[in-house]
Design a protein around this ligand. Sequence first.
Ligand SMILES: N[C@@H](CCC(=O)N[C@@H](CS)C(=O)NCC(=O)O)C(=O)O
Length: 293
Amino acid sequence: MAQKLSEFTPPKVWERKKGNGGKFASINRPTAGPTHDKDLPVGKHPLQLYSMATPNGVKVTIMLEELLELGHKGAEYDAWLIDINEGDQFGSGFVDVNPNSKIPALMDYSMNPPTRVFESGSILLYLAEKFGAFLPEDHRDRTECLNWLFWQMGSAPYLGGGFGHFYAYAPIKIEYGIDRFAMEVKRQLDVLDRHLAENEYMAGNSYSIADIAIWPWYGAVVKGVVYDAAEFLSAHEYTHVRRWTDQVVQRAAVRRGRMVNRAWGEPGSQLRERHDADDFETSTWDKIGNEKT
Ligand SMILES: N[C@@H](CCC(=O)N[C@@H](CS)C(=O)NCC(=O)O)C(=O)O
């Protein structure tokens, strides 16, 4: 039987009340702009990344590690942790790089004046074009890659903001919200499954920024890594998505990329700041003398 919904009549004008951001009440606000003055650190490499290892953040660290793996030395980067739970995204320096106050955000100092890049899809495209990698050259193949990149950017608000929010984070379980978003997420998983039944990777037979954008979200959902929802969504049914997920995670760059700016989980899996290639060996959270947090 469908859940009986409590009655709520919206007031004439919405007002901000204590707690109406749910789990994110302390960081959600109805206004933009900085809340405090804080400059961003700048390291020694031309590319400066300000991020955290959420699925949107991991897209960019995987891309940078993939570029380095291919031998693009110009892709060396400093990655600084922006702790979104502490409100770092509202510091004045960060807002200058991304007026939308969301990670990931990138500065490219290899040119004068430097270029700011925000929105994970825009960052992937920027890096692909800058280094001529992970984006097919042929116009038709490039378009197919971008079709899927933009598909991911459009679907993430349903997956994270919709399904994840109502299933995992909302303070009360609302059947209507969960049903609406579970239905859409399962439809999206089926879209992916049918495509991956016919194609090794999202843009055909070569790995591209489309895979890099989609894997941190849908790969994590089918493995139950985000929202603990694999069983709820019958993830085992999406066999082609699971095949592709397992294939992508074999890549050394993917394994490294998901460690960068990570501030939870096993200490050995957290490289909170990354400044050099050998930081993966020397500077994980355990190696610099910390316990699990
Ligand atoms: N469309 C944006 C979404 C970025 C985004 O939602 N970032 C989240 C973390 S995954 C964030 O910074 N949240 C902090 C906040 O909402 O204050 C992108 O793809 O870059």
